[in-house]
Design a protein around this ligand. Structure first.
Ligand code: XMP
Length: 196
């Protein structure tokens, strides 16, 4: 479907997301440039070790980031899915996470790159890394698109970060509120009256 088809769809269904977004925090253009720079860093870091790399995206928030990132990575890789649910209030992470769907690939002696949408309290990624390490991978590295710098724990480091952001609740580019807004192409701050 061409661009004209997309705008026709927008007109006929007309359920605009923009009215719920207070402001754009990171534009789609900035995201795209940063994702390709991240892919360059990942490629340089792995070098010859990219052989047999397993990418582990954490569902569902990382899906759009993952799709863009891996298409900038020119080497062969496997993708193993994990789903984690975070127990949280409407927009605050309570710091408790639970594994919903486990990895479906053998990662023993493999280099593993975990891809997630956002590092907030770190509870999700701590759980994931703990689970993965039990399977004796050659290495585990982490790539997050966003990091809430003021909340991210100091004793938990990640290897690749797209953007450090302030402590606001963001949606778009895969991030949701109540399972909506994942398809908003920018990263935006949701209007507080929608969840207060
Ligand atoms: P933790 O606290 O485990 O949080 O590091 C990571 C998970 O919590 C969700 N999360 C958000 N989702 N906007 C969102 O749409 C946000 O601002 C936000 N902060 C945390 C997300 O699922 C992430 O993987």
């Amino acid at each position: 479907m061409g661009a004209a088809g997309c705008s026709a769809l927008r007109r006929s269904y007309n359920v605009p997301m923009e009215r719920d977004i207070e402001r754009i925090l990171i534009s789609r253009k900035c995201i795209s440039e940063r994702v390709s720079a991240l892919a360059d860093s990942i490629g340089e870091t792995y070098g010859a070790d990219s052989e047999g790399l397993v990418i582990v995206p954490i569902l569902a928030g990382s899906v759009i980031f993952l799709a863009d990132l891996i298409r900038c990575l020119p080497f062969k890789m496997k993708i193993g899915l994990m789903t984690v649910s975070s127990y949280r209030g409407k927009t605050t992470s309570a710091g408790e996470s639970r594994l919903i769907q486990d990895l479906n690939l053998d990662i023993e002696d493999r280099h593993v790159l975990v891809v997630d949408d956002i590092l907030d309290t770190g509870s999700t990624l701590r759980l994931v890394v703990g689970e993965l390490r039990q399977r004796r991978p050659a290495s585990v590295r982490i790539c997050v698109l966003l990091r809430k710098r003021s909340k991210a724990p100091r004793d938990f480091s990640v290897d690749f970060v797209g953007f450090d952001i302030e402590d606001v609740f963001v949606v778009g580019y895969g991030l949701d509120y109540n399972d909506h807004y994942r398809n908003w192409p920018d990263i935006g701050v949701l209007k507080p009256e929608l969840y207060e």
